[in-house]
Design a protein. Structure first.
Length: 299
């Protein structure tokens, strides 16, 4: 017959349920921070799209979507986001594959991890200034190529200050973000899978076709969606480079907020923000589904 539990066992049995009930308190400060600096401003921005200049409820601000220019800006934002996401995902995946050939605790790997972590967060006005100083109209690179080799990288127009000029600056932080996101997935490819496929007579291409690519596909697509969302919502770099015009949605929102035609135009910024949030919500739902599928191979 088993001995009755002692006082220590009783105290543990009474403490563990209480500990599970109070564990959510650890998330309370972070939750309050998110609500104060992200949730509330988002709700206020969206809510401004449902009121007119007098503060009365209205759906008239949604008439902004009848303007073809607005749809063009959404298309431009989607195009820049998709293009930089594809290029960044492919180049970042190649960097990840190269990093698997070095020691995980070596100096090269630690340096690359540190550089990717820093560069993935390097954006905004600092990034725009770096590209203006390096590749701008009177930059070091353009003057050197023009005076030394007779090559003008711009020709008739300075494309850096136009919509195509966002591609290179965006790739500057898209590729490191891909490295951070996708490298853990590649490292989880088990060597035993290669050995087993070789034992069964499969060559390298057959291994990647039937094992490697299917396993990595959810993680790669999820990282691609994350890069698209990162590029689609970027504002500061584009605002610093493109001083005139509103070719993408964040700049269109800025134009609505600083417009000189009254509060009714400013209220359309909330409607445009709602459109961006809907796009981001769809992307994040797809990202969550892909990460859930990828988690099957990461256990």
């Amino acid at each position: 017959m088993a001995a009755p539990p002692g006082p220590t066992e009783y105290s543990k049995e009474r403490w563990f349920p209480l500990k599970r009930k109070l564990s959510w308190l650890g998330l309370l400060p972070f939750t309050l921070y998110i609500l104060a600096f992200l949730g509330v401003p988002t709700l206020l921005a969206i809510g401004s799209g449902f009121v007119d200049a007098d503060g009365s409820f209205t759906l008239g601000n949604f008439s902004v979507y009848e303007n073809p220019v607005i749809w063009k800006t959404f298309g431009s934002s989607s195009l820049i986001g998709l293009l930089t996401a594809l290029i960044g995902a492919v180049l970042g995946a190649l960097v990840c594959w190269a990093l698997t050939g070095v020691r995980s605790d070596g100096p090269l790997r630690r340096s690359m991890d540190a550089a990717a972590s820093v560069l993935a967060q390097f954006g905004g006005v600092m990034l725009a200034f770096a590209f203006i100083a390096t590749m701008g109209a009177q930059s070091i690179l353009r003057v050197w190529l023009r005076d030394t080799w007779g090559i003008d990288i711009y020709g008739e127009g300075v494309w850096l200050y136009q919509l195509p000029g966002l591609i290179l600056p965006y790739l500057y932080f898209q590729i490191p973000l891909m490295v951070i996101t996708f490298l853990p997935a590649i490292e989880r490819l088990r060597p035993q899978w290669v050995e087993s496929s070789a034992t069964l007579g499969a060559n390298r291409w057959q291994y990647w076709r039937h094992i490697g690519f299917p396993v990595l596909a959810p993680s790669f697509l999820g990282a691609l969606l994350l890069l698209f969302a990162n590029s689609f919502s970027s504002y500061a770099t584009a605002a610093a480079l493109i001083s005139q015009g509103a070719q993408i949605v964040p700049l269109q929102i800025r134009a609505a907020l600083i417009g000189e035609t009254g509060a009714s135009v400013a209220n359309t910024a909330g409607v445009l923000a709602l459109g961006m949030i809907l796009v981001m919500a769809v992307v994040m739902v797809l990202y969550s589904l892909l990460m859930r599928r990828a988690a099957r191979w990461q256990q």
